[in-house]
Design a protein around this ligand. Structure first.
Ligand code: PLP
Length: 374
């Protein structure tokens, strides 16, 4: 199979795909495919609760957090979160750290339901260590975030998939002067790429289709005391209280996607868990960024201190070379390297399922292309 650098839906661990294929027609002697099972039947209930147990073990999710398997993607959560959390505060207000396109989308969606304000933003140029950084290629220091102490929550996107900017340390809200404001983290594109301090957050959510499984499943991990404050206009299927009470079976959940995510969680445990996968991710990202940094042909826009280990945007010296670059890459089995249309250039997404050999193959091609076009 070729190496797949898609930002999502993205490459899956091959062993997971093989197991799903082997079990496709007959899940463990049941005579049924998982997609043919009732979500209320014994077999699927077992699949779903095992997936939840494995996820809790991987992320060390404390008991006072609910794990919800939902639908609608992270985009739907941008509405579902304010609908569930704004009602906690005396006034419906929430604050946002703008780190790129995804955080901005979350802020705009929240504005439909309440007063959403910017706590900090990287949407401007800045100078760091004498180097000029363009908008969305750096992160404001936590000490500069201005969080309203009576906000219903603070939203952070901890990995900007398009910009390639990753927040390495999540703040303690007490240090921001807002101890009662829950931190809400959109971790979609680096979910399960490293251990995550769940206990520092009010909730973490992620669309599954990067590191956790197929599109169609959204994972929500939410502190139980934040549940039960939904606005009256919140659709009942999106009220965390209903979803949590019914153990993600308030209505039909995305059963097949949950099953595949469960296989991914097992695979992660076999890899040695999140601390082990983090070491692999550091090794892959370091190798790729080191190559770019010594090259005078390619450039990486993101400041070294906040470069994502998952999504690596880079530019060629001339946009006129891009189609030849992409065609040559595909001919070598290096797929889906085109950057997001809003920023242009190239992007290599190197999620958990991308082995080091894939990054080595990419660097070999980068070198050859530089040699022939530099
Ligand atoms: N947040 C982040 C960080 C993303 O990368 C994406 C999608 O790529 C989204 C939100 C939107 O997710 P979805 O397409 O699942 O709604």
């Amino acid at each position: 199979r070729p190496w797949n650098f898609s930002a999502g839906p993205s490459a899956m661990p091959e062993s997971v795909l093989r197991q799903a294929a082997a079990e496709m027609l007959d899940w463990r002697g049941s005579g049924m495919s998982v997609m043919e099972m009732s979500h209320r039947g014994k077999q699927f209930v077992e699949i779903c609760s095992q997936a939840e147990a494995d996820l809790r073990e991987l992320l060390e999710v404390p008991e006072h957090y609910a794990v919800l398997f939902m639908q609608g993607g992270a985009t739907a959560e941008n509405a579902i979160i304010p609908l569930n959390l704004l009602g906690r505060a005396a006034q419906p207000k929430a604050d946002f750290v703008i780190s790129g396109i995804w955080a901005k989308k979350s802020l705009e969606e929240c504005r439909r339901y309440g007063d959403a304000q910017v706590a900090a933003t990287n949407a401007v140029e800045t100078v760091i260590d004498g180097r000029t950084q363009g908008p969305s290629t750096w992160l404001p220091e936590t000490s500069s975030w201005r969080v309203r102490p009576d906000a219903a929550y603070l939203h952070v996107c901890s990995n900007e998939t398009i910009g390639g900017v990753e927040t390495m340390a999540w703040p303690d809200m007490a240090d921001l002067g807002a101890p009662d404001v829950p931190l809400v983290v959109d971790a979609s594109s680096h979910f399960l790429s490293r251990p995550m301090p769940v206990a520092k957050t009010g909730m973490i959510f992620a669309g599954a289709q990067k590191n956790a499984g197929p599109a169609g499943l959204t994972v929500v991990i939410v502190r139980r005391d934040l549940i039960g404050h939904a606005l009256a206009i919140c659709p009942s299927a999106f009220d965390y209280a209903n979803v949590a009470r019914e153990k993600s079976m308030y209505n039909t959940p995305p059963t097949f996607a949950i099953y595949i995510a469960g296989l991914v969680f097992k695979w992660l445990k076999e890899q040695g868990g999140l601390a082990a996968i983090e070491q692999q991710n550091i090794a892959k990202a370091t190798m790729l960024y080191n190559y770019f940094d010594q090259s005078r042909f390619y450039s990486v826009p993101v400041h070294p201190s906040v470069r994502s280990r998952m999504n690596v945007p880079f530019f060629l010296p001339d946009t006129a070379l891009e189609s030849a670059f992409l065609a040559g890459a595909e001919a070598r089995g290096l797929m889906q390297l085109k950057g997001h249309k809003s920023v242009g250039g190239m992007r290599a997404s190197i999620y958990n399922a991308m082995p080091l050999e894939g990054v080595v193959a990419l660097i070999d091609y980068l070198k050859d292309f530089e040699r022939s076009h530099g």
